[in-house]
Design a protein around this ligand. Structure first.
Ligand code: FES
Ligand code: FE2
Length: 475
């Protein structure tokens, strides 16, 4: 560590400032193993071929080779708490009615009538059903996917109702999420993630949280560019100058876990190496707390020898304990304070840290490879006393609205998301204008971008695989 870069092998160089692990090691409440460890791998330094962002043909192939084989977060279990509840999840032209059929039985039906194909439930809808009836001629299905009624069965001696079960994607549950996969031959979700990635997701206990704010917005850039904008903290000093002073940005930590998950840890409450010497511990604390009366009611002072980071961890712990009526004494300072960002390939980000718990999801517009739908969900702990809670409905922003306009969005954070996404149209256009044909990546700070694209490449090298309805019917 901290050795002159000229003497290191590729991928071994790090910012000469202290590392994330150095910062975390000083904390009072010590971090568990999955935080206090590193898992970086060097994956080469070649440019990333940018043809992947630039054509509708490439995106069409992604739908045939990648989206039909990968595990995707369709909805949260909390979206469908009761038997008969359903939630429509679309990916490209594919659409699924994710339905709770029994207390522990969730299924994902291909959302198309088996008569002449009409969608059984409109995209973007959710609700409760005792049957799925087609609006065209009235054929209907029970919520367990069996055919309930064929109108005028005398005219369909060739279409046996027994053979008309709604085809299903596979469903697995993890972390309170409902994950689906269209490929009957895909590995299980647990195999897909691998034991290490799985252990991380399980450790964060995201099943004990619920959505308190859910915002979606179309972004004028390819879905992969949209994803990649959130994979590194390298952009923070330039794109988010207002948060850089109190964020270990260019000395964040990057890890990869198998083929389908990676993460960064960006420590908060420390001065960025970009700003070394410019701010005192008191300045750092003030930048976080002053003016936010929901966190503090009077300006706290950093005593001699104390650190802003430790004071913030103590304050955040106390405030979250009060707000959620729960005991967080065993949760490490890092889990309380720091920004943890995990990508679950292909299109989900988990930010499970306590101070800013979020989930992002990214989906391509199937009719325009230059547009993607970006969703941000904020999660809060479920009440410990078992009292009920509401799962927030999605707020749809238009492309020209600010994230700040979404109800429930913190204004400062909405501004950060605007900064992130305002760059993207320029990047899409620049890649189209570029004569380079490649993106050059940092070996360390941009490893998640490389890792993500390695998984894209893996699926794109496979033969197309389209869902076959007979193979997907329950036996
Ligand atoms: S298309 Fe659904 S009943 Fe005819
Ligand atoms: Fe950002």
């Amino acid at each position: 560590m901290n050795v002159e870069s000229g003497k290191l092998k590729a991928g071994q160089a790090r910012h000469p400032a202290e590392s994330t692990q150095d910062i975390i090691a000083r904390d009072k409440v010590k971090a568990p193993g999955w935080v206090a460890s590193e898992s970086y791998e060097y994956m080469g330094s070649e440019d990333i071929d940018t043809a992947r962002y630039l054509s509708s043909e490439y995106q069409d192939e992604e739908f045939k080779r990648m989206w039909t084989r990968t595990w995707q977060f369709a909805c949260r279990e909390e979206h469908i708490p009761e038997v008969g509840d359903y939630y429509v999840y679309d990916i490209g032209k594919y659409s699924f009615i994710v339905t709770r059929v029994g207390e522990n039985d969730i299924r994902a039906y291909f959302n198309a009538c088996l008569h002449r194909g009409t969608k059984l439930r409109a995209s973007g809808t959710e609700g409760s059903a005792s049957e799925f009836k087609c609006v065209f001629h009235g054929w209907s299905w029970n919520i367990d996917g069996t055919n309930k009624e064929q109108v005028c069965p005398w005219d369909f001696p060739h279409a046996n109702p027994e053979d008309l079960k709604l085809p299903e994607a596979r469903v697995e549950l993890l972390g309170g999420f409902v994950w689906i996969n269209m490929d009957p031959e895909a590995p299980t979700l647990r195999e897909y993630l691998g034991p290490e990635a799985l252990a991380h997701i399980e450790a964060w206990k995201l099943e004990d949280r619920h959505i308190v704010c859910h915002v979606s917005k179309p972004i004028p850039a390819n879905w992969k560019l949209n994803m990649e904008a959130f994979m590194e903290a390298y952009h923070v000093p330039e794109t988010h100058p207002q948060v850089s002073p109190t964020n270990a940005d260019v000395n964040s930590q990057y890890d990869i876990y198998g083929e389908h998950m990676d993460r960064f840890i960006s420590s908060l409450g420390v001065v960025s190496p970009v700003h070394t010497g410019k701010y005192t511990e008191q300045d750092v604390l003030d930048m976080f707390t002053v003016g936010d009366s929901s966190i503090v009611t009077e300006k706290p002072e950093v005593p001699d020898g104390a650190t802003a980071r430790q004071m913030m961890a103590d304050m955040f712990r106390e405030n979250f304990e009060k707000a959620a009526k729960t005991d967080l004494s065993h949760i490490s300072d890092s889990e309380i304070l720091d920004c943890f960002s995990y990508t679950v390939f292909p299109n989900t980000f988990l930010f499970p840290g306590i101070s800013l718990p979020m989930v992002y999801r990214f989906r391509p517009n199937p009719n325009d490879h230059r547009e993607s739908l970006y969703e941000v969900m904020f999660l809060h702990p479920n009440p410990q006393d078992g009292s009920s809670y509401e799962t927030s409905e999605v707020v749809h922003l238009t492309a020209d609205q600010s994230f700040k306009e979404a109800e429930g969005m913190d204004e400062g954070f909405g501004g950060i998301l605007d900064q992130d996404t305002d760059n993207l149209f320029l990047q899409q256009q620049g890649l189209e204008a570029s004569a380079k044909g490649g993106m050059t990546l940092g070996d360390y700070q941009e490893i998640r971008v490389r890792h993500f694209n390695a998984a894209v490449d893996k699926y794109m090298a496979m033969e197309p695989k389209l869902p076959n309805w007979k193979e997907l019917q329950r036996k």
